[in-house]
Design a protein around this ligand. Structure first.
Ligand code: ADP
Length: 514
């Protein structure tokens, strides 16, 4: 009974106010069932939200409330009221679309899938057909997604795009949006409008077949750059886009653009990481090749050097016998150069051994101060330019490889001499604290600027700013020294300032008694 009353009411309402044309069949049974329970239950109130179709063809949302007052002797009727809640429903629906779009774009890093899915989301809730275009770095259209409520017409939407994509001066549409970055709205696409914008006959035909009624388009802008555009088209006379729709579309576009931009930045970062990894890999490979080359070259050089040394010794003995002083003098010069060459080659060999972890140290207990004294005396014997002065000596016993530690001292002393060409003294001190023996080598030479002080211990590092350019060397002496010292659990460091001389410190753990 109530069903009849309700239907009758709805029809009447329709006739009186032209508001309702019919109750949509898909909502009717559920609504009527609800109302039926009201009819059966005195005092019950039921509120139902349902759609209905407005006379203009648009879908409206109603909130219908019915109360059963049949049992009330003063009323004896059903009391019903209806409220148009379309605006609230539309706001909810739009919020839902925004949420869905946001979820979609953040959850997928595959742009193609995302665009297609967005195009599916927009139809039919916001448009009967839509188009999304994305630009690449060169500002060329990289891809395009289209959708239509009628799957058969998707090809037509694509054809429309193909028609105007090459137009030099497009008046509306994706191309224009991409160029200007300005939103577009044609609420009512009448024949007049089409005539006004001088649509090409082929295009006009497609538009006629698509039955375009209303249109809006928004650019996708991220970090002030146009990265794409979305167009919304309606074929329903009841859906005419308004300014409010356009604002909503802009908000939607803003979210999509920023998400796509994030995808873009993410990919860029990934590509950079890949590039850096490749570069690092290439560097590692070239370092490995370099090490291999150094190792090979120094081994190859060692053999002829050893035989050269052998022959000079032989010659020396002969010449001494013959008493040829002049030839002996030249031979001595030759030997000096051979020694230099041997030192370079054995340094290079040491570097390769260190790289491959093959450098081994003998272990013996000895007085470091004795080693310092011996090294100084030996060097002084071949040295005329500088006085190597042993200023302060403490007896200190250490544990380690005497030859290798001697090598460190020679490196420090020869550097002190080499880098103080204007000076004539190098001061060496041997001292100790509670746990360590400390040797310092002080020169009065060119000094080392603070910025280089850590780097000079790196492999092949040479200070290269002006004054130092003329000093020969390979930049490996300090690297070898620091590796040897580290192998003895000691420390090697420098105190210096540019132009103010340099002091290198070597500290080694004292050997325990016993
Ligand atoms: P090199 O064969 O170039 O001397 P080293 O490894 O022994 O190689 O030294 C690295 C760099 O440290 C040198 O090129 C030089 O610039 C700087 N250096 C080392 N010792 C001194 C010093 N006593 N005074 C000034 N600069 C020094």
């Amino acid at each position: 009974m109530l069903q009849k009353i309700l239907l009758h009411f709805l029809m009447e309402e329709d006739e009186k106010h032209n508001t309702l044309e019919l109750f949509p069949p898909d909502h009717l049974p559920a609504a009527l069932e609800q109302f039926d329970t009201v009819a059966k239950t005195p005092g019950l109130t039921v509120t139902v939200e349902h759609t209905c179709i407005h006379k203009d063809g648009s879908l409206r949302w109603l909130e219908s409330t019915i109360t059963n007052h049949l049992h009330d002797p003063h009323i004896q009727a059903f009391v019903a009221n209806f409220r148009d809640i379309s605006e609230r429903k539309q706001a909810e629906e739009r919020q839902h679309i925004l949420d869905q779009v946001s979820n979609l774009v953040v959850s997928s890093l595959d742009q193609q899938i995302t665009l297609t899915e967005i195009a599916q989301l927009l139809v039919p809730s916001l448009a009967d057909y839509c188009r999304i275009a994305i630009l690449d770095e060169q500002h060329e259209i990289q891809e395009i997604a289209v959708n239509h409520t009628d799957p058969d017409k998707v090809a037509l939407v694509q054809a429309l795009y193909d028609q105007y994509k090459d137009q030099a001066e497009p008046v509306y549409g994706v191309q224009k949006l991409l160029r200007t970055g300005k939103p577009e709205l044609i609420s009512n696409v009448s024949q007049d409008v089409l005539a006004h914008i001088q649509v090409h006959p082929d295009m006009l035909e497609i538009l006629r077949r698509l039955a375009l009624k209303s249109y809006m388009g928004v650019p996708l802008i991220a970090r002030d750059r146009i990265i794409g555009a979305i167009t919304f088209s309606s074929v329903q006379p009841s859906r005419e886009y308004t300014k409010a729709d356009l604002y909503f579309a802009q908000e939607l576009a803003r979210r999509i653009a920023s998400a796509l931009d994030n995808v873009h930045l993410y990919r860029q970062a990934q590509a950079e990481i890949r590039e850096r990894k490749n570069a690092e890999e290439a560097l590692r490979e070239s370092e490995a090749r370099k090490d291999e080359f150094i190792s090979m070259a120094s081994h190859e050089l060692k053999t002829p050097l050893t035989s050269l040394k052998g022959f000079t010794n032989l010659l020396q003995r002969r010449l001494t016998k013959q008493g040829d002083k002049q030839a002996l003098h030249f031979l001595a010069r030759m030997e000096e150069q051979l020694d230099k060459l041997s030192k370079l080659v054995s340094d290079l060999l040491d570097v390769t051994k260190m790289q491959t972890g093959k450098l081994e140290f003998r272990e013996e207990r000895f007085f470091l101060n004795e080693l310092v004294r011996e090294t100084l005396e030996n060097l002084q014997g071949t040295m005329e330019t500088h006085h190597l002065q042993l200023e302060e000596v403490t007896d200190v016993q250490v544990l380690g490889d005497k030859d290798r530690l001697g090598q460190v001292l020679i490196n420090l002393l020869t550097n002190a001499i080499k880098y103080s060409p204007e000076a004539d003294t190098v001061i060496v001190r041997v001292s100790a604290d509670e746990h360590n023996a400390i040797v310092s080598v002080q020169d009065f030479g060119i000094g080392i600027a603070e910025t280089h002080q850590e780097k000079i211990f790196e492999r092949f590092y040479q200070v290269n700013d002006g004054t130092e350019k003329t000093f020969p060397g390979l930049g490996i002496g300090l690297y070898i020294s620091s590796q040897i010292v580290r192998g003895h659990h000691g420390r090697l460091w420098v105190e210096s300032a540019k132009g103010a001389g340099t002091t290198f410190y070597l500290s080694l753990p004292l050997a325990r008694e016993g």
